[in-house]
Design a protein around this ligand. Structure first.
Ligand SMILES: Cc1ncc(COP(=O)(O)O)c(C=O)c1O
Length: 476
């Protein structure tokens, strides 16, 4: 179960000359290392481009996040947002740590179940759930966060047909008047309260009341109301905004009790929790630096707001569920590319360093999103110039602009940091590119956890109707 003590996987922290994070840094030989593995050796063995993921960084991040919340609010369950990294091995690691999971759609739920995740620790989210995913959730006992009025009837009918009782939550659309003057940064623009309102997820208060009343009066033998759910998303990186959201969730829970008699056992606050680094990362030109709230600050802000609101409304403290994705998986991964052609246009002082890693492999660069870039085999060399690091796609495919680099040459390698979240899980095949392999590192061990794509993976789905074959070849 989610609150069970984590299995004892001991974390042995490496010592680097320079640390980018606990398990990623510059080793004594001047190369980039992930835990006990030299990235230069890994990429020459497993090929380029390559995603490298640190098991121990992943575990470390999870523990820090969990402890940051539980220090202030002991009854907190962490549900890893599987969408941020759907690797089967990653899900096994989260299971071993005692994490639950947020699933979006049939396949994410299927992968989590295939990895042996306890279904009682999963939730199913989504604004338009298909009958098959509702059936998979009901059959396996995964809590469904209802996100449409008629979805409630679909869930009830499925539970009836399968003869299985099921936990349900209600995904709400908070009003957040206190965030009317707070502006979303990065992907979303506009006032935070307005962004939430125009997004397609969640139901307004009146509908939450109706759902609650219907479940309690017509469906209570099969549907058990378990949680109120909301996801603020990555609108900002400051704990105080998440505190406002958490306080309003507690307020809505108390108001729902007054209006319907239902006492929500859990409030689920979704994801969007950020991490920063001094080298900068994140949307736009890297808004996430050292000023980003720490996990402890997020935990403290959320706990203070929920406790204060519950006290004010005389509402029993609910359990908390939190669905972090990038805060746990982001920093655990890097993506490596090999340097090819170098194009120097000194007239305008432009220099392009072409690599085989592309926007297909780290699609967030188009948001745009800044990743810090490290020259793998020249990581401790003095920087001598500013260059554009560019991928091979026929779009402009810029992975980094004006990056300070040592003199890079064909055959060198560079690595983008913090690609453990939403790189592999959002990658594409534009220009018929293959998606890279992923290697999972633990200490000095490395194992392939995602195979590199082959021609059959890219071509294998294509079909040519016989009439076209005839038309193409008959005249020859
Ligand atoms: C419902 C829900 N929970 C959790 C997450 C994870 O967000 P993040 O990776 O920013 O923590 C998302 C992301 O879209 C989401 O939609």
């Amino acid at each position: 179960m989610n609150d069970a003590a984590p299995r004892a996987h001991k974390l042995d922290y490496p010592k680097f000359k320079y640390h980018f994070s606990e398990f990623i840094g510059i080793g004594n030989n001047g190369h980039l290392w992930v835990d006990g593995c030299d990235v230069y050796d890994l990429v020459r063995k497993y090929g380029s481009p390559l995603h490298v993921f640190s098991e121990n960084q992943f575990r470390h991040n999870y523990r820090k996040f969990r402890d940051g919340f539980r220090a202030h609010y002991p009854n907190t369950q962490i549900l890893f947002a599987n969408k941020s990294n759907n690797g089967l091995a990653m899900r096994h690691i989260m299971n071993q740590e005692g994490a639950g999971g947020d699933c979006f759609g049939y396949n994410e739920m299927y992968i989590a179940l295939m990895a042996g995740t306890d279904p009682r620790t999963l939730v199913l989210n989504g604004s338009n759930k298909e009958p098959e995913e509702i059936e998979l959730a009901v059959a396996n006992g995964v809590c469904i966060n209802v996100d449409a009025m008629d979805e409630l009837d679909m869930v009830h009918a499925t539970a009836k047909r399968l003869g299985r009782a099921i936990d349900v939550g209600i995904r709400v659309k908070l009003e957040l008047p206190a965030l009317e003057k707070r502006f979303g940064r990065g992907v979303h623009s506009g006032a935070m309260s307005e962004i939430v309102w125009r997004e397609k997820w969640g139901m307004p208060y009146e509908q939450a009341v109706e759902i609650t009343k219907r479940v309690r009066s017509e469906m209570s033998n099969l549907l058990h109301l378990k949680e109120l759910h909301f996801h603020l998303s990555r609108l900002d990186n400051q704990a105080k905004d998440f505190g406002v959201m958490a306080g309003e969730m507690a307020e809505w829970a108390a108001q729902l009790r007054d209006d319907t008699g239902w006492v929500a056992p859990y409030i689920d606050l979704g994801g969007g929790w950020t991490f920063g680094r001094k080298e900068k990362t994140g949307v736009q030109d890297g808004i996430d630096d050292e000023s980003v709230s720490s996990y402890e600050e997020y935990g403290a802000a959320v706990a203070a707001a929920v406790i204060a609101e519950c006290k004010k409304r005389n509402f029993p403290l609910p359990g908390l569920k939190i669905e972090p994705g990038r805060a746990i998986s982001g920093k655990a991964g890097i993506s490596v590319g090999r340097v090819g052609a170098i194009k120097d246009w000194s007239k305008k002082s432009y220099k392009w360093v072409n690599v085989d890693l592309s926007g297909n492999h780290v699609p967030w660069i188009t948001i745009p999103h800044r990743y810090h870039i490290v020259p793998v085999n020249k990581a401790d060399q003095k920087t001598v110039e500013k260059v554009f690091i560019v991928g091979p796609l026929c779009t402009h495919d810029v992975l980094g602009r004006d990056r300070d680099m040592p003199k890079l040459e064909r055959g060198d390698y560079i690595a983008l940091l913090d690609t453990g979240a939403y790189a592999e899980s959002t990658s594409a095949n534009f220009n018929a590119q293959f998606r890279p392999a992923t290697v999972l590192v633990s200490g000095g061990e490395a194992d392939v956890t995602t195979e590199r794509e082959r021609l059959s993976d890219v071509m294998g789905r294509f079909r040519v109707p016989p009439r076209l074959l005839a038309g193409s070849f008959a005249a020859r």
